[in-house]
Design a protein around this ligand. Structure first.
Ligand SMILES: Cc1cc2nc3c(=O)[nH]c(=O)nc-3n(C[C@H](O)[C@H](O)[C@H](O)COP(=O)(O)O)c2cc1C
Ligand SMILES: CCCCC(=O)C(=O)O
Length: 380
């Protein structure tokens, strides 16, 4: 087809250039960037490409069932939105657009403690379950307050991010002097811990200065008791990549783990999440659910993570791409594309139920070009 209205994107990746065209350069590089050489960003994608699918045939796939239960709540898909700060950077409605989009699939959303809309407004717009992501702030009283508010607003779980005692060296943010525009703020933190976020300084990221001032890097295993004493909500740890830490967390009775390297934004050189998943699943031994995020861009990526033992996966950057390109409709389209691709992959591999997804579905194979790092829209 030539001329006329541009075709609607058919894949998640096609939203990236559309988002880039909409966003100021500094915002685009904040969203897209990783730490250091961005080797972990690339590794997350490459890991999916090293597994091939062993399809089974002559299975009745007239009905494929994608609904699941996560932390006790029914969801329409084993797929949700990873916590990301400041969705208003991507579109005016911010997190309200995100949770409406996720709600249309009954998908869970993890709301960042640095959300740009209030927990109460987000909860009022949501149809799927909401979890609250926390950073370990020096100001424990502030943490206590946000936990109470999230509980009162009906949030269903707490997700403590444990891979961020300080911010990774994100060179793109530093080069662009990334800072928040004046109209965007961490609306749930009342200015108590939001210093530096709006201050521009060339050669350094305002976010990084903010994190150094307000995130307490002394967080260790013994602090988890305090958090659990503050709430009845299930506690999930986000950012675990090893069997050792997974076993320890399971012994302490945490309610879930997210295998994550923060989308390659923290420790450059950290293990790809799909590579870390099997050892974490083995170490946990069924004591709590294991989730994964990082580099999920296709339904077959979701299928592979579920086959290796994840109960659900979370998606980060693509949701912001969708929001930037087309607001709520864009985010909805990103999530529903992943859902539809997952259903296709289940049908074509002879797995009508999520229970059919296990490691025998996968074989190690040569990497494919389509998974080697960033790839834009197909040519033509
Ligand atoms: C713009 C942006 C902001 C993020 N903010 C947070 C955050 O506030 N808290 C957190 O735990 N993780 C945060 N993350 C990490 C995501 O939760 C997730 O681990 C990662 O984006 C998953 O990888 P993907 O983007 O390749 O899907 C952020 C990621 C991005 C891209
Ligand atoms: C203080 C960090 C907030 C956002 C974040 O986690 C990210 O940009 O990855």
């Amino acid at each position: 087809m030539t001329g006329g209205t541009p075709a609607r994107p058919l894949t998640v990746d096609e939203y990236a250039p559309l988002a880039q065209a909409q966003l100021p350069a500094a915002t685009w590089h904040y969203v897209e960037g990783g730490a250091g050489t961005e080797s972990t960003v690339a590794a997350n994608r490459a890991a999916f490409g090293r597994f091939r699918i062993r399809p089974r045939v002559l299975v009745d796939v007239a009905q494929c069932e994608l609904s699941a239960t996560v932390l006790g709540d029914p969801v329409g898909v084993p797929l949700g939105v990873a916590p990301m700060a400041y969705h208003e950077l991507a579109c005016e409605e911010g997190e309200l657009a995100t949770v409406r989009a996720a709600g249309s699939l009954s998908a869970p959303t993890v709301v960042s403690i640095f959300a740009s809309r209030t927990f109460e407004d987000i909860a009022a717009a949501a149809a799927g379950p909401l979890w609250l992501q926390l950073y370990w702030l020096h100001r424990r009283d502030v943490l206590q307050k946000v936990v109470r508010r999230a509980e009162a607003a009906g949030f269903r779980a707490l997700v403590l991010t444990v891979d961020t005692p300080r911010l990774g060296r994100r060179l793109r943010e530093a080069r662009h002097g990334f800072h928040l525009p004046p109209h965007i703020a961490a609306r749930n933190l009342d200015g108590e811990v939001t210093g530096f976020l709006h201050d521009r300084r060339d050669g350094s990221s305002a976010l990084s200065r903010h994190a150094d001032a307000f995130i307490d890097p002394s967080l260790s295993w013994s602090d988890l008791d305090w958090l659990r004493s503050q709430t009845r909500l299930p506690l999930v740890l986000k950012g675990v990549l090893t069997a050792e830490d997974a076993a320890h967390a399971a012994e302490l009775g945490v309610d879930g783990l997210v295998v994550s390297n923060h989308g390659g934004r923290q420790l450059d050189g950290a293990t790809a999440t799909l590579d870390a998943l099997p050892e974490v699943v083995r170490a946990v031994g069924g004591r709590c659910p294991v989730f994964l995020d990082g580099g999920v861009r296709h339904g077959t990526d979701v299928l592979k993570a579920l086959a290796l033992g994840a109960q659900a996966v979370f998606v980060g950057r693509p949701v912001l791409w969708g929001l930037a390109a087309d607001g709520e409709a864009g985010a909805r389209q990103v999530l529903s594309t992943l859902r539809d691709e997952l259903e296709d992959a289940m049908a074509l591999s002879g797995c009508p139920s999520l229970k059919d997804l296990d490691p025998t579905l996968l074989a190690r194979g040569p990497a494919t070009a389509a998974h080697d790092g960033f790839h834009g829209p197909a040519e033509g």
